[in-house]
Every structure is written in C-alpha cells, then in structure tokens.
Design a binder for this molecule. Structure first.
Ligand SMILES: [Zn+2]
Length: 198
C-alpha cells in the first residue's frame, strides 16, 4: 500500500498545557485554554480545526493507503520530528487554516495550496489536491503557490500544504466549523491524493 503522511499543521498544546500559537480570540486565563482546546470547537483554534480535518482524512484514506499521522492528538510536535517521521515512499499532506495580516483581518477569504519551490512532484500533488478541494467546496480559489516552508522542504517525500480557509474571517470560520463543509474539504483532499497516484 502507498503511504500517506498526515500533518495537522500549526497549533497544539505545549508540554505545560499552553496553546502554542495564538488563536484569533482567547477568552479567560491560559489554564482554561487546555479545556477549550480539547473539548470545544469555539473559539477557533487552528490546531483543533486541523486535527478535525486530519482525523476525518485518515478515516477516509485508511482502506486504500497506509496512513501515518506525524502529529500528536493534543501536543504540538516539533517540525523536525514530523519531517523525520517521513520516508520517500508516499506523500505528505499538511493541513492548515489561514489568518490574514492584521490590516486585512476579516477582509480576506479562500483556499490556497503550497508546494516546495521547484518540486515537480510537489506541484503535481498540490494541484491534484487543490483543484479537487476547490471544486468540492466552491471556496474562493487563491491558487497553488510555491513556498519554502520546513514541512515542504524537509520531508523525504512529495508534500503539499493546504490552507483550507481564513479563520479570522467570520463567515469563512463558520463554514470551516460546519461538518458538511469539513467533509467536502476531506473528500477533495482524498480525491486529489487518488488522482496523484493514478
Ligand atoms: Zn497554519
């Protein structure tokens, strides 16, 4: 079976129970973040959303692929460890949600997918995934882009990183938290991975 490595992107809990990257809104004291991260879907923590998609994707792919999760259920795995967990025998998909720079917050939406600069296989993977997710979700299409991110550069297999939408845009955040919309994203990613290997 071909291998699919799944990464749940930014955000998780540190060893001391603090959320590792800033959500757009975090009420209360840091002690409450752990509870919110594990149990609630609002306020929007990127790491939480990423894990929902990653888990759904793993379930969808596991009958056709060997699925390897390079993330922890709640802890924020160091990027080096995630890259080290890959071999040159499959593909990696890294799942993210986006945030706009502060002067554009709430004004931007849509879907974009990255691959490592100059990687032909990465480009093919990113295109397959992106086009299918764009078709399934009808989200604003921001295109396939080149990036020099560690998860794209240092994995041992072709890799794509999808930004599923902007969680600082209220309308898009509400869609991203909708179960049916999440299933469309997952179905697009899965179709894209099948297409890549066919
Ligand atoms: Zn991210």
């Amino acid at each position: 079976m071909k291998k699919v490595y799944i990464d749940a992107g930014h955000g998780g809990l540190t060893a001391t129970g603090y959320y590792s990257t800033a959500p757009n809104w975090r009420p209360g004291k840091p002690e409450t973040w752990r509870k919110m991260f594990v149990h609630d879907h609002w306020p929007f923590f990127e790491g939480q959303f990423n894990r929902i998609i990653a888990e759904k994707l793993a379930r969808k792919l596991e009958s056709n692929f060997e699925v390897i999760k390079v993330y922890d259920a709640v802890l924020d795995t160091p990027l080096d460890d995630r890259c080290q967990a890959t071999q040159n025998d499959g593909v990696l998909i890294s799942i993210h949600a986006n945030a706009a720079p502060s002067h554009l917050q709430g004004k931007v939406n849509g879907l974009e997918t990255f691959h490592f600069k100059g990687s032909t296989k990465g480009n093919k993977l990113a295109r397959c995934i992106h086009d299918n997710v764009a078709y399934q979700t009808k989200a604003r299409n921001r295109g396939v882009k080149e990036g020099n991110l560690q998860m794209l550069r240092e994995t041992r297999c072709p890799a794509a990183l999808i930004e599923c939408g902007f969680f600082d845009n209220k309308e898009e955040a509400i869609r991203l938290l909708d179960d049916d919309y999440q299933n469309r994203i997952v179905s697009g990613i899965a179709k894209g991975i099948h297409q890549y290997f066919n």
